[in-house]
Design a protein around this ligand. Structure first.
Ligand SMILES: Nc1ncnc2c1ncn2[C@@H]1O[C@H](COP(=O)(O)OP(=O)(O)OP(=O)(O)O)[C@@H](O)[C@H]1O
Ligand SMILES: [Zn+2]
Ligand SMILES: [Zn+2]
Length: 732
């Protein structure tokens, strides 16, 4: 028997199958990791197939040295998926395998010591001389088994006492593998009766699930229309026929409330994967899937690789979210595409859902590539009423506060009525840069060329890319003016002003600063949900998944920030964000109100968001995409060349440009294509590395794949790094 192995070496010339002999008696299976001899050393490898006929001359074949896993970690279908990813994203096999493999797999399995009572009949007289032993037994009669460490702690006893009892045969101390991350007990809930719209959606998808037809659906439902209930019902149906389901949610939407909704319905049969898990905890969740202890996985993008053998359904919640794309490391994959492929391989059904689908997805749905399902109405209330306020008018009327008069009066009203308010700011600190009012000087990070953010509490300027900081300046270093001050608004500033104007209000803030510690996100959320605060100020984090009936007012402090990012998707992002935050208002019985503050009240993103009209937005945006040949009318590829020496980076990016040209000429591409750049990237320096980019547009993805392959195999100077991203979601 011979094994075909991918070796764990990241280089293009070793990115292929190597054949090894399987020694007699070695129980090797496809999908296991092995150690194999490779050029006089031992390297790790992944067994992707077993065969009787070696594709290499017999005399030269070496033997597998050792098996590293007790059981296969990839099945055949996952190996197929991995092969597809390697070709589609132009990376190495080993990179794909490392991505699919759970982090923490090699940390060993955690065992705990447990104590169990063996003899029920315990008499106090027998322990006259050993009252501490008796105390332990008395406790164990109420609670057994129990973790040894816990027992010792609770009774403040010692291990000697335990050992003595073990010797006498009263108790047993034993080891067991346990999960580090335990789903907490949540009260079980039962499904509501679905609305007609919900039922129709469920019935359609159910047909595909039952027939094992790998259909792909777009569930397009307005905010609060009950999409999550549809998922829950579909999962229930999937599990009923012995299959399993994966639910992908964007990190920020993976709130305790979301988790709770799944756990309360499916109990311990749910595994949860979020980025806060340690590698060990991740592995525990992975193992629960492998051991068939769960039927459902709810998690962030990597959950798409959950090792189910009998997958029936993948749901992608908020499918428009950019976090489904892994942008910063290879493979630069999009979990949405991977999910689609995986469903195709496993004959599972894909449901992508959103109130604001990405242009690409909606375009495919109306073309018929995806089946379109709609939920047009909110379950409980009607859609909130949205008002747009032009902030230059406010200024002209003498109001230079960060709150328009309208928002101010609504906040006041809400406080009086005891209803809750959410104030939303696009990005923490993004807008709170410092500028000189006289000469326009803006302090920037010396390493990253990014405006420094002003932190009120400690009066510091901080770079959010590399962490560089300096004290706030009193005078402008360029012109000496004393009129240097922060511009724009950060969440801290909003909080300060709220406290100034409404000293009676109870305020919470949720942003990167206040949620750094584990569990703090959860804590703030529940405080707010339980009515412990009147106003919640926050960033993107609060735009999703919040379902709090008493929130009747949402204020968007400044909508323009996302609108002006250097990205062709900025209009789309703005529309999505505004619609999603607006969707947090009026989800219960009481009607909701939304105030959007902006300087660009005539922009179609803002106008259509005000009308909550996705289709109208889509029609406007798609025109522009077609004219300028942006997705879905062309594919993009972003090639970022970086290095410490700017000249070298410039030269290397010029060479990259020429290489792109060369490939296109060689292929004799007839369809539309264009090479942009080379130019400094919008973020032109990160951590002392200069960044230049070349952007290639093409109607055919294959053209980009060819270029990617070519460019990644080019010889560059030593310090130069080249990152290639096909179909990027972020070109900063
Ligand atoms: N058929 C139903 N009967 C009663 N209540 C329902 C029903 N469906 C959903 N709900 C409730 O209505 C509210 C909104 O539903 P849900 O959160 O599922 O909507 P959603 O479309 O997922 O929301 P969003 O995308 O805005 O986060 C929830 O409180 C949910 O429990
Ligand atoms: Zn100045
Ligand atoms: Zn920096």
């Amino acid at each position: 028997m011979f094994a075909e192995v991918i070796v764990e070496i990241k280089a293009s010339n070793t990115d292929r199958l190597y054949t090894y002999k399987v020694p007699e008696g070695m129980d090797l299976e496809v999908g296991m990791r092995v150690l194999v001899p490779f050029k006089n050393r031992l390297v790790e490898g992944y067994v992707v197939s077993l065969t009787d006929k070696p594709s290499y001359s017999l005399e030269k074949i070496k033997s597998v040295y050792k098996i590293l896993d007790k059981y296969p970690i990839f099945n055949e279908k996952m190996i197929k998926l991995a092969k597809w990813m390697r070709d589609y994203y132009k990376c190495y096999f080993s990179e794909v395998f490392q991505t699919i493999m759970p982090a923490g797999i090699d940390r060993g399995e955690k065992k705990v010591k447990l104590v169990r009572l063996k003899i029920e009949d315990v008499f106090e007289e027998d322990f006259k001389k050993a009252p501490r032993q008796y105390e332990v037994l008395r406790y164990l009669k109420k609670r057994s088994p129990i973790k040894l460490s816990e027992l010792v702690k609770i009774l403040n006893t010692d291990y000697g006492t335990i050992r003595a009892l073990e010797k006498k045969g009263y108790i047993e101390v034993y080891e067991e593998e346990i999960s580090r991350f335990q789903v907490r007990d949540v009260e079980k809930t039962f499904p509501p009766i679905l609305t007609e719209e919900q039922k129709r959606a469920v019935e359609e998808v159910k047909k595909s699930i039952f027939s094992g037809q790998p259909d792909a659906y777009l569930l397009f439902g307005v905010t609060g229309s009950g999409k999550t209930e549809v998922y829950l019902k579909l999962i229930e149906e999937t599990v009923k026929i012995g299959k399993s389901a994966i639910v992908l949610v964007p990190e920020i939407a993976l709130t305790p409330q979301t988790i709770e909704r799944f756990v309360s319905r499916f109990g311990n049969r749910v595994a949860v994967i979020h980025s806060g898990l340690s590698p060990g905890e991740r592995f525990d969740e992975w193992r629960k899937v492998k051991n068939k202890e769960v039927d459902v996985v709810v998690g962030v993008r990597s959950a798409v690789f959950a090792p189910f053998d009998n997958l029936g359904l993948i749901i992608i919640d908020e499918e428009h979210e950019a976090t489904y794309k892994q942008s910063d490391t290879r493979p630069r994959y999009n979990a949405k595409e991977v999910a689609e492929k995986r469903c195709e391989i496993e004959k599972a059904v894909l449901v992508m859902a959103s109130a604001t689908p990405s242009l690409e997805t909606y375009y495919k749905a109306i073309k018929g590539d995806y089946k379109l399902l709609k939920l047009t109405r909110r379950i409980k209330a009607s859609m909130p009423e949205i008002e747009v306020v032009n902030m230059s008018d406010e200024l002209a009327k003498g109001n230079n506060s960060i709150f328009s008069r309208k928002l101010f009066s609504y906040i006041k009203e809400n406080l009086k009525k005891g209803e809750q308010t959410i104030l939303f700011l696009n990005r923490r600190g993004y807008s709170s840069f410092v500028a000189c009012r006289d000469c326009g000087y803006v302090p920037k990070c010396p390493n990253c060329d990014i405006s420094l953010t002003y932190h009120f509490e400690d009066k510091k300027l901080v770079c959010h890319y590399c962490g560089y900081e300096e004290p706030m300046r009193e005078t402008c270093p360029k012109c000496g003016s004393k009129r240097i001050r922060y511009m724009g608004i950060g969440t801290e500033r909003v909080e300060m002003d709220i406290k100034k104007f409404f000293p009676e209000a109870r305020v919470l803030r949720m942003d990167v600063d206040t949620t750094r510690r584990k569990g703090s996100h959860e804590k703030i959320f529940y405080e707010f949900k339980n009515g412990k605060a009147d106003i919640l100020i926050g960033t993107q984090m609060i735009s999703k998944g919040f379902d709090i009936p008493n929130v009747t007012l949402v204020g968007v402090i400044l909508a323009d920030i996302t609108l002006n990012l250097p990205d062709f998707r900025s209009s789309e992002r703005t529309f999505q964000l505004l619609t999603q935050v607006a969707g947090r208002a009026g989800r219960g019985e009481k009607p909701g109100r939304v105030v959007i503050q902006t300087y660009e009240d005539n922009h179609y993103s803002i106008l259509t968001a005000k009308e909550q009209d996705y289709v109208k937005f889509f029609r406007e945006e798609i025109k522009y995409r077609e004219i300028f040949k942006y997705p879905p009318f062309a594919h993009l590829m972003n090639i970022v060349v970086s290095g410490e020496d700017e000249e070298k980076v410039k030269n290397a990016s010029a060479n990259t440009y020429l290489a792109c040209q060369k490939v296109i000429n060689k292929l004799q591409v007839k369809s539309y294509n264009k090479i942009l750049g080379p130019a400094p990237a919008p973020i032109s320096k990160i951590n002392n590395r200069y960044r230049w980019q070349v952007i290639v547009k093409s109607e055919e993805r294959e053209v980009l794949e060819e270029i990617a392959e070519y460019v990644q195999n080019m010889k560059y100077p030593k310090d130069i790094r080249v990152a290639v991203d096909i179909d990027p979601l972020n070109i900063m």
